[in-house]
Design a binder for this molecule. Structure first.
Ligand code: HEC
Length: 172
């Protein structure tokens, strides 16, 4: 199993712009990634980095109440963001003011095309992420390091699976 602090090779968000209208039916995926999902998972990885055993797994003996609370809070943010993506009727790759990418990155118009080809698949990945996040919040509240570590590793796989279909589809 991959260690809890394993970093996926993602360009971390450098700039964050306000979200498009998020009325429960429209969601701005890039905003969720940059402002919600990524900061929350980084907070969780930070805890793992500071409280892992020699195998890189979350070590309950090194966990303090503050660290558990940090995981629980970040997991709740992940769940809320994932729920927005899972329930949106209109899924926008990015807001009009936040479409710019580097030459080597996948254009947001292309991401939109991938989403439009399978919006329900996108919602299903989001629902999986939401369920894992809620389980992680419970594991943190129950101080269950083994379960929490496994859930974070599983989340890592869901990030990658969703990115493979809706972000880097052409690279497959
Ligand atoms: C439901 C599908 C889905 C899930 C689950 C998902 N992502 Fe994403 N993510 C996307 C899509 C689509 C993009 C491409 C659009 C974009 O660049 O924001 C993206 C882009 C990103 C970006 C780049 C944002 C930018 O600056 O453009 C980061 C960082 C990111 N995701 C992190 C994560 C992490 C970490 C996880 C898991 C905790 C995750 N994502 C889970 C769909 C998903």
């Amino acid at each position: 199993m991959r260690p809890i602090y394993a970093l996926v090779p993602l360009a971390l968000a450098a700039c964050v712009t306000p979200a498009a209208t998020q009325d429960g039916t429209t969601v701005d995926v890039r905003h969720e990634m940059q402002a919600e999902i990524n900061p929350a998972i980084v907070a969780i990885w930070d805890v793992g980095n500071n409280a892992s055993d020699e195998n890189g797994m979350l070590d309950g003996a090194q966990m303090t109440p503050e660290l558990w609370d940090a995981i629980a809070a970040a997991a709740a943010e992940l769940a809320a963001s994932s729920d927005r993506m899972a329930t949106a009727t209109d899924i926008r790759a990015a807001s009009p003011g936040n479409m710019a990418v580097e030459d080597y990155e996948v254009p947001m118009e292309q991401v939109q095309g991938y989403i439009d080809a399978d919006p329900q698949g996108f919602r299903n990945f989001s629902a999986s992420m939401a369920a894992l996040s809620r389980n992680l919040e419970s594991a943190a509240r129950n101080r269950d390091a083994a379960t929490a570590g496994q859930l974070v590793a599983t989340m890592d796989a869901v990030c990658s699976a969703c990115h493979n279909q809706f972000w880097y589809a052409e690279a497959q």
